[in-house]
Design a protein around this ligand. Structure first.
Ligand SMILES: [Zn+2]
Length: 560
């Protein structure tokens, strides 16, 4: 890396094994830095979307030749044979000299010249807070081939998906710079002609990220299970105190995720001052650092949660952005309650508000839409974060909180390091709960169907009460109904959804629960009798507030 002009050259030796049952006659690499050039898809999309991200706007279109990013290939060989390739925007298309048979390995040798763009989003030099280098998605990165074929997505909405591998990386940079990032530093960086060579090894990751600055303070803090937590931040008196206070909280957050998802499998994790907000990478995150303590902890809680819900599970961020953003929001909200000792009545209420706004906006697109192709950034964000969080929080209502907790741990245990899809997740939930849930996944993620159940009537005559309900929304749901009698006692009624072929457990043993007959989806209305010889004072659909009914006004009934 030449820090006088922010250009660098690289050499990459990649031993690639075809673990698929298919013969591969071509491969693709991502050249992410090419997105930061006037006229790129990222640039044009930002200038044509109705609500551009303020950090991007038209900035890419104005980058000069010395400010833009690029990766220019100098050579590429396969087992020593020179290959033909074509650079198509942010994707390198490579025709192989010799097809790779299933189970076979091949070695690609590549050299390239590159330039670090002025920071626009995620990566780049000289970010808004003065960090010299945020080096994310900075090297030619092999695209993933899986049971769905190649994933050579162009770089537009900045999502990624990668191939698991062992990385051995040497970075030569001006000796004044400190580097933090993915992997384990092998020994003290060696000095060579005004530069230092930093050597990192990172086993079993699908990305390699680093950041560097001549003014970094580097602290370490002991994390759970012997993990070393590293903190790299600018030597700026305004932020030092918050970055010190963040350290024990990060250890608590990791402990919470270890217990509730599964054990963090690497030896180090680094919170690095850099980037343009917060983004998750292998064994590290880059976050902006000039924040109030609560915001610094909040962003760290979310980005650290992504270690599990994206990095270790390695879901495809472009195809299923809700599986990383929604799940990280969900577990992050719970973690924040734990570490800040603020037990909120419903930690997800803001997430539900966002979802209801989206569902009633008239602009909702199915949650299964590719991240690049939402009509607006706002819809994309609400869908991935809020609707994604509601997907999992609401699953707790559908299958019961105990089974949701088991599902999350089992999902991680079965699918970490394996690129699960939405179906893989719901199958785990089905096996844990012994309930049919394909309808839940399909209606919630592939349609914009909404939930709306209504209490139509409560008729009380001679000690008998008849309750009538209506399904207004297209999306089915099992129904919890809380009845308060005039003597103040309560009873929970549960109406199983027939297509679930079973019932969730009663999550609150302190309250009597009566299981009613199934409600089959096609019937718009349902009624039942309360035989208890007491007057009903109040009736409420879903006292947990975890069912995302879009109209709560008709969910409650009071005796007049
Ligand atoms: Zn996120």
């Amino acid at each position: 890396m030449d820090v006088s002009n922010w250009q660098y050259n690289g050499k990459q030796v990649l031993t690639y094994t075809n673990n698929s049952p298919d013969i591969l006659d071509r491969v693709f690499y991502h050249l992410y830095f090419n997105a930061f050039q006037p006229g790129s898809e990222m640039d044009v999309r930002s200038r044509t979307v109705a609500d551009p991200d303020q950090r991007v706007g038209d900035r890419i279109s104005k980058l000069t030749p010395s400010e833009m990013g690029y990766i220019k290939l100098l050579s590429l060989t396969q087992d020593g044979v020179i290959l033909n390739y074509e650079v198509v925007g942010t994707v390198l298309e490579v025709t192989l000299a010799r097809p790779i048979e299933p189970g076979e390995s091949t070695v690609f040798n590549m050299e390239w010249d590159a330039q670090v763009p002025v920071q626009v989003r995620r990566s780049g030099r000289n970010n808004a807070e003065g960090i010299a280098l945020s080096m994310t998605q900075w090297y030619p990165k092999l695209a993933e081939y899986d049971f769905q074929g190649w994933h050579a997505d162009p770089y537009i909405y900045r999502e990624f998906y990668g191939v698991w591998g062992d990385f051995d990386v040497k970075i030569s940079i001006d000796k004044k710079y400190t580097i933090g990032g993915t992997g384990y530093l092998q020994d003290e960086p060696k000095k060579k002609r005004g530069k230092k060579i930093w050597h990192f090894v990172a086993p079993n990751v699908h990305d390699f990220t680093w950041a560097a600055d001549p003014e970094y303070i580097h602290d370490t803090y002991p994390g759970p299970n012997g993990v070393t937590l590293n903190f790299y931040y600018k030597n700026d008196p305004d932020i030092i105190d918050n970055w010190k206070k963040l350290q024990p909280v990060t250890a608590d957050l990791m402990q919470f995720y270890n217990e509730n998802i599964g054990a963090y499998p690497y030896k180090q994790y680094s919170v690095i001052h850099g980037g343009d907000g917060g983004m998750e990478y292998a064994m590290c995150t880059l976050i902006t650092g000039g924040r109030k303590l609560e915001s610094l902890v909040g962003v760290t809680a979310h980005e650290l949660a992504h270690t599990w819900f994206q990095f270790l599970l390695a879901t495809h961020e472009g195809k299923h952005p809700w599986m990383d953003e929604g799940f990280a929001e969900y577990i992050g909200e719970l973690a924040m309650d734990e570490v800040t000792k603020k037990k909120r009545a419903n930690p997800f209420s803001g997430q539900y508000r966002g979802y209801r706004f989206l569902a009633t906006s008239g602009h909702e697109a199915p949650q299964g839409t590719h991240a690049d192709r939402f009509a607006t950034n706002r819809t994309s964000g609400l869908t991935a974060y809020h609707k994604g969080c509601v997907f999992i929080a609401q699953l707790g209502y559908v299958i019961g909180e105990g089974d949701l907790k088991k599902t999350i741990r089992q999902y991680f245990k079965e699918w970490s390091f394996k690129h699960p899809t939405p179906n893989d997740f719901i199958r785990v939930a089905e096996k844990v709960s012994d309930l049919e849930l394909d309808w839940y996944l399909m209606d919630w993620t592939q349609t914009t169907n909404t939930i709306d159940y209504k209490i139509i009537d409560v008729a009380q005559t001679n000690g008998a009460t008849t309750v009538s309900l209506e399904r207004i929304g297209l999306m089915p749901m099992p129904i919890d109904l809380l009845v308060t009698y005039d003597d103040g006692s309560e009873e929970l009624f549960y109406i199983p959804l027939q297509m679930m072929r079973g019932e969730k457990e009663n999550s609150d043993p302190n309250i009597k629960r009566t299981i009613l007959k199934d409600w089959a989806w096609a019937y718009p209305s349902y009624s039942f009798e309360i035989s208890e010889n007491k007057k009903v004072k109040k009736l409420m659909i879903d006292p947990s507030q975890l069912m995302a009914d879009i109209d709560l006004k008709n969910n409650i009934w009071h005796l007049e």
